[in-house]
Design a protein around this ligand. Sequence first.
Ligand code: ATR
Length: 282
Amino acid sequence: MGSFTELPSDVIVAVIGDPITHSKSPIMHNSWLKKAGIEGKYTAIHVRPEELRTFAKVVRDSNMRGFNATLPHKEALIELCDELDDDAAAIGAVNTVSNIDGMLIGSNTDAFGFIQNIKNQHPDFDFTSGPVLVIGAGGAAKAVLYGLLQEGVSEIFLTNRTREKAEASAKLDKHIHVVDWDARDEYVDKAGLIVNTTSLGMVGKPVLELNLGGITPQTLVSDIVYAPLETALLREAKEKGAQTATGVGMLIEQGRKSFHHWFGVWPEPDQKLEDQLLEFSS
Ligand code: ATR
């Protein structure tokens, strides 16, 4: 992890966050940089909210191609960027910034990552085939909702422990209907796709309690949590004969698109890298 006040000159891309120590992005992007024969490094940099504006200035004046942002910077970067692409503007969050001759262009590759990961794991899944149950209404949920709507999903049931947050997200589109956190089990059998966007089920966090009694072999259950790779939710869904989509591919796919923004190259899928990312998560 580096400090942005003394950035080595070989750092050309980075991920910033507060905290940042557990980011898997450096392993991933450094592997892709090496494979593409691009000189320079990707590093994790601890940037506190009050330092974000100064960091943006350092990047503008540097040779850096750009950076990724994670919690808590994604929303604040909306204001700090000089331009936003359509995805970042619609989602209201930036996870990828490109530095084009001192101009900072904000993008969001999380929605792409979420959708592409499902397409990779279930190429025949039809997003328009039925309603989707989305659990959680935090930052990750915004990108998931946007991605689903872009794919033509006709109805989304959105549930969150804090109902007001779900209601704020539901205002974005008439296809999103808020359902009570305590009533979430009732929507399991109505949904063709169930997505956990909360941190529940992650190592060290409580499991997501959801009664999967109503799922069918056609139901697809997806979790954005990838540590563990198979969460209790996915394990139970599988045991009940449903389809599942694990979360690490979302991390990889959002990263591939960020890399493409910076270098114009799509990194190739790489099983060894995926295994390595999981090893570092456990
Ligand atoms: P992220 O940007 O990763 O989505 P976040 O914005 O902090 O992170 O959102 C975390 C999500 O997990 C929220 O939907 C949160 O619910 P609240 O809005 O009610 O906080 C949900 N979450 C976290 N811990 C939870 C718990 N113990 N029970 C239910 N939901 C939880």
